[in-house]
Design a protein around this ligand. Structure first.
Ligand code: ADP
Ligand code: ADP
Length: 228
């Protein structure tokens, strides 16, 4: 079943001076439910633009972006995003940062929610830092907290924009395996943006290789991973 579909999607930004900047040209691909898709390509090829279109942050200038057969027309609640730079709120503790999406949505946090948040923070290896402020954590640690936060609402679709870019090689590998474990326990539809082709091949079922000016999908690779 096609879960996410991009049909003949093109996107052109218009700068404040009114200059058009073509970012994507005739992009076509689909993602099955619970498929893990990685997008690789050089800087400026439109990877972040894909992310913004799928999450409904911006509308495509042309073509169709569908989730579950419905056009994406506004920011979606069932999409969790892990940004390249973690955007934690500096005045909140780590625990409250992870709980923030829930608090924001329901204006209420139950004991069960709190336990779940703590479980997610432990999962990313930072159980000892619940009460600390973001500034007391390194960039890589903050990124892990961003991942825990994105998982709190248990989104159907998880979009990750170079989530490991601030991590050292060892943590990168660890987080990669961690992500696979989470994915196996509770499959999600994942769009994972990365510069690293090896990371893409290691983690994904399918790899979209993009080329630029304006961005197109140059190649689609099916990775035949015998997952349990
Ligand atoms: P990346 O690290 O993903 O390559 P960029 O350096 O291309 O990021 O862009 C950083 C930010 O600047 C993004 O939020 C993007 O939307 C914005 N941006 C990139 N190019 C332009 C541009 N020509 N005009 C206005 N904003 C831009
Ligand atoms: P990537 O994430 O692969 O680095 P982006 O999607 O950020 O690529 O950008 C694709 C193209 O669109 C680039 O040429 C970039 O400069 C341009 N771009 C991105 N964001 C903006 C923006 N807000 N305004 C104008 N141009 C932009």
């Amino acid at each position: 079943a096609k879960f996410v579909e991009f049909k003949q999607v093109s996107h052109t930004y218009i700068t404040e001076q009114g200059t058009p900047v073509p970012a994507l040209n005739d992009v076509n691909f689909s993602i099955d439910k619970h498929q893990f898709v990685a997008v690789v390509g050089p800087s400026g090829c439109g990877k972040s633009t894909l992310l913004r279109l799928l999450s409904g942050l911006i509308p495509a200038s042309e073509g169709l972006v569908n989730v579950y057969g419905h056009a994406v027309t506004e920011p979606r609640e069932d999409v969790g995003i892990v940004f390249q730079k973690p955007t934690l709120l500096p005045w909140l503790s780590i625990l409250d940062n992870v709980l923030f999406p829930l608090k924001h949505k329901y204006n209420f946090v139950s004991v069960k929610d709190k336990k779940r948040a703590i479980g997610l923070i432990e999962m990313v290896g930072l159980g000892d830092f619940l009460g600390q402020k973001p500034e007391e954590l390194s960039g890589g640690m903050q990124q892990r907290i961003g991942i825990a936060r994105a998982l709190l609402l248990d989104p159907d679709i998880l979009i990750m924009d170079e989530p490991f870019s601030a991590l050292d090689a060892l943590s990168r590998e660890e987080m990669g395996f961690e992500l696979q474990r989470i994915w196996q326990e509770k499959p999600k539809t994942v769009l994972f943006i990365t510069h690293s082709i090896s990371e893409a091949v290691l983690l994904a079922d399918k790899v979209l290789i993009m080329s630029h000016r304006p961005g197109t999908i140059a190649q689609e690779l099916d990775i035949d991973l015998a997952r349990p």
